[in-house]
Design a protein around this ligand. Structure first.
Ligand code: PMP
Length: 389
């Protein structure tokens, strides 16, 4: 039989993977099928997809209903462009549906193909917004240390995990990473934010971008008042508040959007992953009425920003079906209920195993920390690459 693992090693450069390790060990598994929470590999092994792949397969694997919609849409109109105001029904209907679901007055959406493109787009749209109002100096973006916002140009630099921008250097300037409330106290984090705004000058700062719950940085759930306080500081300083809901959107935390756990109203919200549950790539940026009004009033001529796949007909058609399934099957309430059970189970494991330290979660976004010494909360030596075993 053809040696797929060897072909993988020879030809496939994997995302966020060790190239050297791949050359030594080959792919960890070659999956061939998914069903519900399970993945199956070519050798017939069955896995629980505990991370929901990349926290994105919110409705589970193997949904025939989604495949049927994709087939129907592909046969009718697989693709047409949305440039130069050409349009099509699935994107229009999805935009309207998202407006009905998003918090407050986030009523207009710019579509992309994923989270990184969404955050780059958000940063460009925000700078455009300030420029249109004669405030072109408002360019800097504040994010948290350990934040993950993606790997395109602006989103790489917005990411607060240094490894991601160390590999090729920053591609954009004006990125500021401030204290993380999980690693300091919430009060210290707010003070650090306020001092940073003072030092940099609010007149130079475009936006503060944050994941309502930090995902890749370690599933860090913000202390209770933190997001509300940040929201207030942004408002007081005329800085836009951007919620990166790429992981937390579409039910993952037990609410449709993560910010709804804390009653926060963003000016801008980015999403991807759960909008299609990964069945096709799609993302987007939602803006408030105020921002949309400024665009309508002052953005004369062409908006020179657009991806070939912005508002892809088939991707938007299946997103509508995905959201219908989330609503019809009450998956958000389910995530709350199952999240409680999951957390209880993880706590039981913590009680039994010496290497399990902190356990935390919200909805179906949870983590346990592996520690070398529980009492001292001491991590394993990263050189040992424990997580890759
Ligand atoms: N923002 C957050 C919070 C993410 O978790 C991710 C992906 N894990 C991204 C942005 C980037 O999304 P994508 O990988 O679809 O480009």
């Amino acid at each position: 039989m053809e040696n797929l693992a060897a072909l993988d090693q020879k030809h496939f450069i994997h995302p966020t993977s060790s190239i050297q390790e791949q050359q030594v060990s080959g792919p960890k598994a070659i999956f061939s099928r998914g069903e519900g929470i399970y993945l199956f590999d070519r050798d017939g092994n069955k896995y629980i997809d505990a991370m929901s792949s990349l926290w994105n397969v919110n409705i589970g694997h193997g949904r025939g209903e989604i495949a049927a919609v994709a087939k129907e849409q592909m046969e009718k109109l697989a693709y047409s462009s949305a440039f130069a105001t050409f349009s099509h029904e699935p994107a229009i209907r999805l935009a309207a549906k998202l407006a009905s679901l998003a918090p407050g007055d986030l009523n207009a959406v710019f579509f992309t193909s994923g989270g990184s493109e969404s955050n780059d787009t958000a940063i460009k749209l925000i700078r455009h917004y300030w420029k249109l109002q004669g405030k072109a100096k408002k360019k800097k973006i504040i994010t948290l240390k350990r934040a993950y916002h993606g790997v395109a140009a602006a989103s790489t630099s917005a990411t607060g995990i240094p490894e991601f921008w160390e590999m090729a250097g920053h591609l954009t300037t004006g990125n500021i990473h401030v204290a993380n409330p999980y690693m300091s106290t919430a009060t210290q984090a707010i003070t650090n934010l306020q001092e940073t705004i003072e030092t940099e000058g609010a007149e130079n700062i475009a936006a503060f971008m944050i994941e309502p719950v930090q995902g890749s940085g370690g599933v860090l759930i913000p202390p209770d008042d933190y997001l509300r306080d940040v929201r207030r500081v942004c408002k007081d300083n005329d800085i836009l508040f951007v919620a990166d809901e790429v992981i937390t959107g579409f039910g993952r935390t037990g609410k449709m959007f993560g910010v709804q756990n804390w009653g926060i109203q963003p000016d801008v919200m980015t999403f991807a992953k759960g909008v299609t549950s990964g069945y096709l790539p799609l993302g987007g940026v939602m803006v408030s009425d105020k921002i949309h009004e400024i665009f309508k009033e002052k953005s004369t001529g062409t908006l020179f920003h657009g991806f070939t796949y912005s508002g892809h007909p088939t991707a938007t058609a299946i997103a509508l079906k995905n959201i219908e399934i989330i609503e019809r099957e009450h998956l958000i309430q389910h995530a709350q209920k199952m999240g409680e059970l999951l957390l209880k189970g993880l706590q039981t494991i913590r009680g039994k195993l010496a290497i399990v330290g902190d356990v935390r979660g919200i909805g179906l976004l949870a983590a346990l920390e592996l520690v070398a010494d529980k009492a001292a909360n001491k991590r394993f030596d990263p050189e040992k690459r424990l997580r890759l075993r």
